[in-house]
Design a binder for this molecule. Structure first.
Ligand SMILES: Cc1cc2nc3c(=O)[nH]c(=O)nc-3n(C[C@H](O)[C@H](O)[C@H](O)COP(=O)(O)OP(=O)(O)OC[C@H]3O[C@@H](n4cnc5c(N)ncnc54)[C@H](O)[C@@H]3O)c2cc1C
Length: 440
């Protein structure tokens, strides 16, 4: 019998920070064989999606081939497939393509998806930013709007240059800053006939501040940077309805727009529903301190897919570093299971929180004591912490060079309008009969 069939088999769903971190530690131990299943053939670097959407970076800067990552680890078998059912008692999954994978251990690291909180029209009429494809679609929509308005200035009155970003967390704030940079640099320089000064970016946040987990100083810093970039902040305001050509806000205002960017919340990836596993806040799978799921021997849930408690009993945030560290920790606990050792409770090493609000404008609260930094120093911290999330030394070096070049050069990435599904805008759809007085 081949040696590898004697090894314990671990099935991992999801090649994000958690799944890749887990697979790398398991594979390097040489004690297991791993099947890593993902619906894409690449690992996605979500923290830079807003730069892809605002034409600053290219897809290859934020998506990395899973087969390349594991090329030197032959005990990891990559499968490109979409899991559509989880059978946790059997530690197995089924895929849309018709395969079935069963392991001695099942690791669920399928991440998250946009949560529209039942907002009417949001699912159909907004652009979420949770996958590389989302970011490409959004980039195409933004570019299409500039092109349409450049061709026909009358469309500006229909909201062609109004961008509404929902959610003032890190995703929304970074997207607002990136879009403002794009408008001030590329669009102003390259669209000679377009009334660029008509462009409006609205950032709508239900709570009273942007970047709620940060300090009051950071709230002010972010607001000031965005204000200087021309972003209109609508705090303590919710988006109540989204239509193909306008949104309705909780203060009664109607904003005409053909581009609503949804960064307002997350819930667990779809396969959590119906899995029979215990679900908590955001539909995420509740795990024990050792990251295993109670009542389901051999099943672990990690990263954005799981509710992982911190030392104060509160759930840890959905961050790349939490996901990566939980993946590596779960791998050690699986090896402990195999070797008959006791599993250990997950300890998260908190590196802090940070956000980039535009060129030369970042904020960071570093380490468990939240030492506050901003500007270029914060950008450098951001770079260091996020480079650590990358999967190999070669990728780290290549990406570092690309990021620094992009950051200091005045050019932008290719502004390709390559997603015709997102770029095609039906200007006759919606609006007039539903329009309310006071429209922008
Ligand atoms: C726009 C944005 C900006 C962010 N910025 C930061 C930041 O600056 N710093 C930070 O630390 N964190 C940031 N985050 C959060 C961070 O990216 C996530 O916490 C992290 O990616 C979670 O890792 P994960 O492995 O749990 O899930 P993911 O990275 O989401 O990976 C899940 C994987 O599962 C796959 N999958 C899902 N469903 C299926 C299925 N049915 N079948 C097969 N495969 C499936 C997906 O394709 C994906 O590859 C950001 C997130 C977003 C969206």
């Amino acid at each position: 019998m081949a040696l590898e069939t004697l090894l314990k088999h671990v099935v991992i769903v999801g090649g994000g920070f958690a799944g890749v971190g887990c697979a790398q530690v398991l594979a390097r131990s040489g004690k297991v064989r791993v099947t890593l299943i993902d619906q894409h053939n690449y690992h996605q670097f979500q923290p830079l999606f807003y730069q892809l959407a605002s034409s600053e970076l290219t897809p290859s800067d934020v998506g990395f081939s899973l087969r390349k990552i594991f090329r030197k680890l032959p005990n990891v078998d990559i499968k490109l497939a979409e899991v559509n059912a989880v059978e946790p008692k059997a530690r197995s999954v089924s895929t849309k393509e018709g395969q079935h994978y069963q392991g001695d251990f099942l690791v669920l690291a399928a991440g998250a998806q946009a949560n529209f909180f039942s907002t009417p029209g949001a699912s159909a009429n907004t652009f979420p930013l949770y996958s590389l494809i989302d970011a490409e679609r959004l980039r195409s929509r933004i570019l299409a709007l500039f092109e349409d308005a450049d061709r026909d200035a009358k469309l500006i009155d229909q909201g062609a240059l109004n961008f509404v970003i929902v959610g003032g967390g890190a995703t929304g704030t970074e997207m607002a800053g990136g879009l403002a940079d794009m408008i001030h640099s590329t669009v102003t320089a390259e669209y000679e006939d377009l009334a660029v000064s008509s462009a409006r970016i609205y950032l709508v946040e239900r709570g009273p501040t942007l970047l709620a987990p940060f300090s009051a100083r950071a709230h002010d810093y972010a607001s000031n940077v965005l204000h200087r970039g021309g972003v209109i902040l609508k705090l303590s305001t919710a988006v109540n309805e989204v239509h193909p050509g306008h949104v309705v806000l909780s203060d009664g205002t109607t904003l005409k727009t053909r581009c609503v960017i949804w960064g307002a919340g997350l819930k667990a990836a779809a396969i959590a529903t119906g899995s029979g596993l215990p679900q908590g806040r955001g539909g995420r799978i509740n795990v024990q301190p050792d990251l295993a799921v109670e009542g389901f021997p051999g099943v672990y849930a990690l990263g954005d897919f799981a509710n992982i408690s911190g030392p104060d009993g509160k759930a840890l945030p959905q961050l790349g570093s939490v996901a990566q560290q939980s993946g590596r920790w779960a791998a050690q606990n699986i090896l402990a299971d195999i070797e008959g050792r006791t599993r250990t409770p997950f300890h998260y090493k908190d590196k802090g929180i940070m956000a980039m609000i535009g060129k030369n404008a970042a904020i960071a609260e570093v380490g468990e004591h939240r030492h506050e930094l901003d500007g270029v120093v914060a950008y450098s911290m951001w770079l260091g912490v996020h480079l650590a999330l990358l999967t190999s030394l070669q990728v780290k070096i290549e990406t570092f060079v690309d990021w620094v070049w992009d950051y200091f050069s005045r050019g932008r990435g290719p502004q390709l309008l390559d997603r015709s599904d997102a770029a095609r805008i039906n200007w006759h759809e919606d609006d007039t009969e539903t329009e309310k007085p006071g429209a922008a």
